[in-house]
Design a protein around this ligand. Structure first.
Ligand SMILES: *Cc1c(COP(=O)(O)O)cnc(C)c1O
Length: 357
């Protein structure tokens, strides 16, 4: 095929690569260890609703029932929510709605790759403000960068993936206030942080978009349900380029069920995952040469003496983890906190690899 047929802004794009995995314990994508089918009441509710779902009908284009239920969960009206095919779609919509060739998207670095990848497809450029030592971010420095560089879109990932670093709601607000253009606050991991959401700030900031997802805390990564929260005009703008039927009917149903049983699901999963995360952090710190970065999410970032050796040792223990090519993350591993049993296997494998008697 003639490569020049491809839109110029797409020719340089490096697609997001999902690794092929052979290990049976997978802790490389921050997935939940729990399924909604683990809860008998949730399972029967879901199956009954599926049976009544007419497969020949198109889904609701704006997932009206689901956006109403999500609105009740996060404290806003349905018009202030846009449901997406995962949070990833929301990131794409932010880029395609606001970015033009030559624009900048500002990120703190390291962070989630998708912001830069989706921005590059529009011909925009990612500009990165590096974290301080220990992957700590300065809200003051970031707000200053926003004022100086005047990016078209500013990104805040809170808690941050992959570092786990958390900004307070006041710190987030100071950055939102520093920009008179769109600011995306990605709260994919908020439920694990114990922090209040930044969503109430949409009342005061017309430039704020908050991204949430059911992939992590609700264990629905496979069903692809994410959502944006913002003022109605912002939501209408983000919907301009969305596919008409972007969220299928089975997923909308699963999302409704998750919302109907949200206290039962979160009450079970969050304390367990948080306990595993804190256990992992405590145990890994005790191993020679491993540095653990404090995390408010469902994963732990740590730096080990030899990243390649750690990946190999964990793979030999049948565990797949996330490692990185970027120099800032050299010898770093991101370990998803799942069950205590998996955490104990991780700790044992790394202790065996790095402890020298
Ligand atoms: C997982 C994740 C998302 C959204 O994931 P979806 O499965 O597409 O909802 C968004 N942002 C960050 C930082 C994530 O880690």
């Amino acid at each position: 095929m003639n490569k020049e047929w491809i839109r110029t802004t797409l020719r340089q794009v490096e697609p997001y690569k999902v690794p092929v995995i052979s290990e049976s314990t997978v802790i490389n994508a921050n997935e939940s260890p729990y399924s909604i089918f683990d809860f008998p009441a949730v399972k029967s509710d879901f199956l009954q609703r599926l049976e009544r779902l007419p497969s020949y009908r198109y889904p609701k284009p704006y997932a009206d029932d689901l956006r109403k239920a999500l609105g009740e969960y996060v404290g806003c009206t349905p018009e202030e929510i846009l449901v997406g095919n995962g949070g990833d779609e929301i990131i794409g919509l932010v880029c395609s709605t606001f970015l033009e060739p030559g624009d900048t998207i500002l990120t703190h670095w390291p962070t989630f790759d998708i912001y830069g990848i989706d921005a590059s497809m529009t011909g925009a450029r990612e500009e990165r403000v590096p974290d301080k030592d220990g992957f700590v971010r300065s809200a003051e420095a970031y707000g200053q960068a926003v004022k100086e560089k005047k990016p078209k879109v500013t990104v805040i990932c809170n808690p941050n993936n992959p570092t786990g670093h958390l900004w307070s709601t006041d710190e987030v607000e100071s950055i939102v206030a520093a920009s008179d253009r769109p600011v995306l606050v990605d709260e994919a991991y908020l439920e694990f942080s114990g922090l209040e959401s930044s969503i109430p700030l949409i009342r005061r900031y017309d430039n704020l978009i908050v991204l949430r997802t059911l992939s992590k805390a609700f264990g629905l990564a496979g069903y692809r349900i994410g959502y944006a929260v913002g003022q109605k005009e912002m939501i209408d703008a983000l919907a301009l380029t969305k596919a008409t039927y972007n969220v299928n009917a089975v997923s909308q149903t699963a999302g409704l069920v998750a919302m109907a049983h949200r206290d039962e699901i979160l009450g079970f999963t969050i304390p367990r995952i948080v306990r595993t995360r804190d256990f992992l952090a405590r145990e890994l710190k005790e191993i020679d040469g491993i540095r653990v970065y404090p995390s408010a999410a469902n994963f732990i970032l740590c730096r080990v003496p030899d990243g390649a050796a750690a990946v190999k040792a964990l793979s030999a223990a049948d565990i797949a983890v996330r490692s990185y090519k970027a120099s800032a993350l050299r010898h770093c591993l991101r370990l998803t906190a799942t069950t205590k049993d998996t955490a104990e296997r991780i700790v044992a494998a790394l202790r065996k690899e790095f402890s020298h008697a």
